[in-house]
Ligand binder design. Sequence first.
Ligand SMILES: Nc1nc2c(ncn2[C@@H]2O[C@H](COP(=O)(O)OP(=O)(O)OP(=O)(O)O)[C@@H](O)[C@H]2O)c(=O)[nH]1
Ligand SMILES: [Mg+2]
Length: 197
Amino acid sequence: MEVNHVELVMSAVDPAQYPTTGYPEIALVGRSNVGKSSLTNVLINRRSYARTSSQPGKTQTLNFYNVEDQLYFVDVPGYGYAKVSKSEREKWGQMIETYLTQRDQLKGVVSLVDARHAPTEDDIQMYKYLAYFNLPTLIVATKSDKIARGKWNQAVSQIKKAMDLPNTDNIIMFSAPKKIGKDAVWNWIEQQAFGGN
Ligand SMILES: Nc1nc2c(ncn2[C@@H]2O[C@H](COP(=O)(O)OP(=O)(O)OP(=O)(O)O)[C@@H](O)[C@H]2O)c(=O)[nH]1
Ligand SMILES: [Mg+2]
């Protein structure tokens, strides 16, 4: 999709605040600092629309980005941020669970992992959770520019093994600064949002 118009329409914590326009939604999930906002910015051709930071846990609400009046990207606050209090973490968990399990417009989830390391327990749990709820999921391995090309196959195999995937079809190596993987991610998103039923 050629993107010209994007608008952050809502930072929601509660279903009553979700947009009511009915466009399909694609959620982005992953650990704090993995690169969700950076991926969003690449997909929408902006340098710094979605706020990126080196400070983990900065995004604390579900941020709905209206893309071309056709779909929403939903930037989900990162999991595995240990420094917030237990009650904050519980609130966070509930907010995300409500969204992921009860939102009809949600057509697919892009689950980000760090290409440099094996998926963490949190990454694996999140993947299993999405699979349990039958949510179509694309695994995007970010920061792939930080490892040598010769190690990419190994990184993909490691993810396939950790997530117990039947094949590597839904794993994409991605780099925000180099924009590698952008088209592949967009293809998957368009297929989920507009393809088929
Ligand atoms: N080299 C490299 N750095 C990246 C890439 N993606 C993100 N980063 C950097 O990683 C840091 C975190 O990126 P964000 O996009 O803010 O991460 P986030 O997942 O949105 O983080 P939270 O909102 O805190 O959960 C920033 O310093 C980014 O510049 C990438 O593909 N390659
Ligand atoms: Mg962010």
